[in-house]
Design a protein around this ligand. Sequence first.
Ligand code: URA
Ligand code: SF4
Length: 214
Amino acid sequence: MPAEDTLSRIARDVAVCAKCVLSESRKKPVAGDGPADAEIMFIGEGPGFHENEQGHPFVGASGKFLDQLLAQAGLTRDEVFIANVVKCRPPGNRDPLPDELAACNTHLEAQIEAVNPSIIVTLGRFSMNKFFPGAKISAVHGQMGRVGERYVIPMFHPAAALHQPALKPSILGDFAQLPGQLQEARKALGKPEIFFRRNVEEAANEKPKQLNLF
Ligand code: URA
Ligand code: SF4
């Protein structure tokens, strides 16, 4: 099955999922957004107020900050996949509970398998713990570790950096390293070392415009 179709199927499963109690209080489930061939996948924590209203990840204040961080890495939203460890909003934005993380992990694993990203960036401690149990985010943030067929880079959660200004330089620095780490990951995984797709498309789009001038 093409990856796009698998992702649609996962989104449909999430839309009707009742595998944990979060299904009872959610308004809109938030499966995740992004292209099926994204090279980088971001995994956050769970929907907050605005995400629960709109059904899309990172659309509130931390989403605005995430957009700035992506720009710092020369990336835009339409070239990355963004998901969360739980797809339904924990009431009052409480932490997701172990049984909820376990129940929702099936959806996340299916997304990772479908997208098959070279790099997963974990945002915050819940998604970090999935790959590096017991790691301390203050010690390992920004460091790329190999996990099976891909690389995982833990980073602070954008909301944490918004609330603790001291973390802002760290998260900005970590995002600035991302383009170089992507090249490194591509090389190690035997994937072509291309520039970001957007640059390639821009270059392709520029030519006809220039030709029209003459
Ligand atoms: N915080 C998250 O972790 N995920 C979202 O989708 C929004 C805010
Ligand atoms: Fe299902 Fe995940 Fe929502 Fe729980 S949080 S109901 S496991 S989609």
